[in-house]
Ligand binder design. Structure first.
Ligand code: ATP
Length: 360
């Protein structure tokens, strides 16, 4: 068992004016791929470095496989790392780069060779073993860094933005490969990225961080579909979740939401918010859109239409609000056109306008 448990980790840098991590508690299950994601400066790298043993926490503990490693140096923690600046050695051939950790561990030559071969095969590097890093593409170099990390067969793999040096296409291709490889190895993995699409794609679970804390932890679909706070809905997804304010009113046995001059049906559970405002969240792809008038739908004006190939992303003006709406790929619309919208009540998410937290 090599789960990672982080308990109440606090870290303030000497020159920092606030906590880089603020009482973070997190459990990565044995064999799980957990992604830390959040905007720049939210503390994800600091958290990873404390797990690695490269940074000392002010307080709190780290256990790996049930063993308290808080006071241990990095090399005694049984983990392997891949960093953004993947730091492969320019003067060593790919073969020696991949086998570096095995050399350090004084692994016998036969085993050394077979493990390097296996890692090279896994990362499609067999044909490049005798090249120097300078003779490789950026993507191949990145593979070497990953091969070097997995070859040692550590209990835990830590990765900090390992794909950030790749262009968008390579990044996406390698992302899927990495997912396949790590799933095959079954290694417990803690992975840092600021890229929400990467987080969603890779993680068994995703921890969304903000200001040194974990704002929400869940499966990719959990955090995407049911953001626990407004920030999570705004951070995850392209486009981000739409938000607008609505006044809640109970009418007979139903609930109505007034948004500007418009009215929508609300869920019954909002009845206790009657007479107050709530913040409503709604994803662009959950809004139905029609080019012709539909009874009971909302009328809006197209401001921008952006075909993405797989869809058409509309920016529309609905009363005082600007909304992002995802229409089908063939949807023809130009600025100034009128469209009709419907947001199914089951797709609406509700937040306390003061705390920005999801309403139960
Ligand atoms: P990024 O995505 O930009 O790398 P991050 O989420 O990984 O950001 P951290 O690097 O963990 O964030 O930084 C968290 C906070 O700690 C930031 O406010 C940062 O300025 C501060 N910080 C990080 N390293 C140091 C350091 N060595 N000295 C002082 N402050 C630091």
């Amino acid at each position: 068992m090599a789960g990672v448990v982080v308990s109440n980790l606090v870290k303030t840098y000497p020159s920092g004016n606030r906590r880089a991590t603020d009482d973070v508690t997190l459990e990565v299950a044995d064999g799980e791929f957990l992604v830390l994601v959040g905007p720049s400066g939210c503390g994800k790298t600091t958290l990873l470095r404390m797990v690695a043993g490269l940074e000392t926490p002010d307080s709190g503990t780290v256990t790996i496989g049930g063993r308290d490693v808080t006071g241990l140096p990095a090399r005694e923690r049984g983990l392997s790392m891949v960093f953004q600046s993947y730091a492969i050695f320019p003067h060593l051939k790919v073969r020696q780069n991949i086998g570096f950790g095995l050399t350090m561990r004084k692994v016998g030559s036969q085993e050394w060779e077979s493990r390097v071969q296996k890692a090279a095969e896994l990362l499609d590097l067999t044909d490049y073993l005798d090249r120097y890093p300078a003779q490789l593409s950026g993507g191949q170099r990145q593979r070497v860094a990953v091969a070097r990390a997995i070859v040692v067969d550590a209990d835990v793999l830590l990765m900090d933005e390992p794909l950030s040096n790749l262009d968008a296409l390579l990044r996406m291709q390698f992302r899927a490969e990495l997912k396949k490889i790590v799933a095959r190895l079954g290694t417990t993995t803690l992975y840092v990225t600021h890229d929400q699409a990467e987080a969603m794609s890779l993680g068994d679970r995703v921890a969304v961080m903000r200001d040194g804390r974990i704002a929400q932890l869940g499966t990719p679909m959990d955090v995407y579909d049911r953001p626990g706070e407004k920030f999570v809905g705004s951070f995850l997804g392209a486009p981000p979740m739409n938000f607008f304010t609505a006044a809640v009113r109970q009418e007979g046995s139903g609930v109505r939401l007034r948004v500007g001059d418009e009215e929508l049906a609300g869920p019954d559970r909002l009845a206790r918010w009657s007479g107050r405002d709530v913040l409503v969240g709604l994803r662009a792809e959950n809004i139905e859109v029609s080019a012709t008038a539909e009874e009971g739908w909302q009328s809006a004006e197209v401001e921008v239409a952006e075909p993405t190939g797989a869809a058409v992303l509309l920016t529309v003006r609905w009363g005082p609000h600007e909304l992002k709406v995802q229409a089908g790929p063939g949807f023809a619309a130009k600025p100034g056109d009128r469209v009709w919208l419907r947001g199914p009540v089951t797709a609406l998410r509700f937040y306390d306008p003061e705390t920005s937290l999801a309403l139960p």
